[in-house]
Design a protein around this ligand. Structure first.
Ligand code: ATP
Length: 372
């Protein structure tokens, strides 16, 4: 298997070294081979060469089976340039329409919600549609025309907007949901539940106020019928109720299917209730294409270079990648080893109240993998 390695900036480089080390250890133990192709995309290259990701870079990346990414960002680069030019560029080029976020509490991490250790579910966030397609304006005048064209692998849409208002300044944003876009993400959520032996999929929307989510709900309903024989139940929740249950009763969730914008918010809430930015991972997935796996934290310039960043999110992103590459045994072994190390509590980085270095955590996880 060929895997693209993009360590990026700041603590990205430090935690990536541990993620790679752990994957190498597990692949050696379970007898499979990963060949790494490392790329220097990130702030340093942007500052030197003025490039984020070129068409050639994307073609080069597409030769890999998956992308193992860490973090980009640098105080010398205007916010948004690297995110748009690298992260979003990859997401759209490879049509990574699924944002998969395990929401899992690890024993040993400080509890945020009292007596709520039993948090273990998946948020499946749609990654390409909704209000995030870039159709909007914050400077529409009294009489105003706007044209937008959305070109996607699954459809093209053109909007010609004639805006007339009796006030000087209005702002607007338009969201799109397509049948195909809803179908493919909702089906992924049900398939994930089936693969993981979960018995509940929760569809989230706000169909009572925002009309277009009725399509999401209708398609959720249609697809759920295909899984009745698999004993997977389904339910809908409005996003406001879902947010409340994230805090009051997170143990009720198994898999959630969430449109883009609400997913953005709920997945961060999910990371919050699990207590640490340093331990959460995320996958940007196209099951038939090149998927990308990353920790949810950024480049954290404040602690970069000190060797104290928590590498657990990066290691768990590696486990997600192996799971998607059909190496579930390897993925489970990595997760078990991380769980063990966190619970034992001897080797923890300062963000979790310990004094260990980034590399100590990687080494300890490898030790456990070898012992198991
Ligand atoms: P970016 O702009 O790249 O998102 P950021 O510093 O604004 O970077 P994060 O990196 O996501 O945002 O994190 C915010 C803070 O949380 C960091 O400044 C750091 O103190 C802490 N933090 C984030 N990730 C880790 C980690 N893996 N280990 C320890 N602390 C972390």
């Amino acid at each position: 298997m060929k895997v693209a390695l993009i360590p990026g900036d700041g603590i990205g480089k430090e935690v990536m070294a541990e993620g790679k080390k752990v994957i190498d250890a597990v692949s050696e133990k379970l007898n499979f081979e990963i060949s790494w192709n490392e790329y220097n995309f990130g702030a340093e290259r942007y500052l030197k060469e003025g490039k984020t990701l070129t068409e050639d870079d994307l073609k080069e990346l597409s030769k890999n089976n998956a992308i193992y990414f860490s973090a980009i960002g640098d105080t010398r680069v205007k916010p948004g340039i690297l995110e748009k030019g690298i992260l979003l560029a990859m997401r759209f080029y490879f049509d990574e329409y699924i944002n998969l976020r395990p929401i899992k509490f690890f024993e040993g991490v400080q509890e945020i919600l009292k007596n709520k250790k039993n948090i273990d579910f998946y948020a499946v966030r749609e990654n390409t549609e909704d209000f995030y397609i870039g159709i909007g304006s914050n400077e529409a005048k009294k009489k105003h025309k706007d044209e937008f064209e959305i070109l996607r692998t699954i459809y093209n849409v053109k909007f010609n907007l004639d805006i007339e208002s009796d006030k000087d300044e209005i702002a607007y944003q338009i969201g799109i949901l397509s049948r195909k876009g809803c179908e493919r993400i909702i089906r992924y959520a049900f398939e994930l539940a089936k693969r993981k032996n979960f018995d509940l999929v929760t569809g989230v929307d706000k169909a009572n106020v925002l009309n277009f989510y009725a399509v999401w709900r209708k398609i959720f309903d249609e697809i759920s019928k295909d899984y009745i024989n698999d004993k997977i139940k389904s339910e809908y929740l409005y996003v406001d109720a879902a947010a409340m249950f994230f805090v009051l009763k997170p143990e009720r969730f198994k898999v959630l299917a969430i449109p883009n914008m609400f997913g953005d918010i709920l997945t961060d809430l999910g990371a919050g209730i699990c207590g640490s930015l340093g331990t959460a991972a995320s996958g940007n997935i196209n099951p038939k294409g090149v998927s990308m796996f990353e920790p949810i934290h950024g480049s954290a310039p404040d602690i970069a270079g000190k060797g104290i960043a928590n590498p657990v999110g990066q290691i768990l992103a590696g486990a997600m990648m192996l799971d998607e590459l059909k190496k579930s045994d390897a993925a489970n072994l990595m997760i078990k080893a991380v769980e063990y190390v966190l619970k034992e509590g001897k080797v923890r980085t300062p963000d979790l109240g310990g004094s260990a270095k980034t590399a100590d955590v990687g080494n300890e996880v490898i030790k456990k993998i070898k012992e198991m």
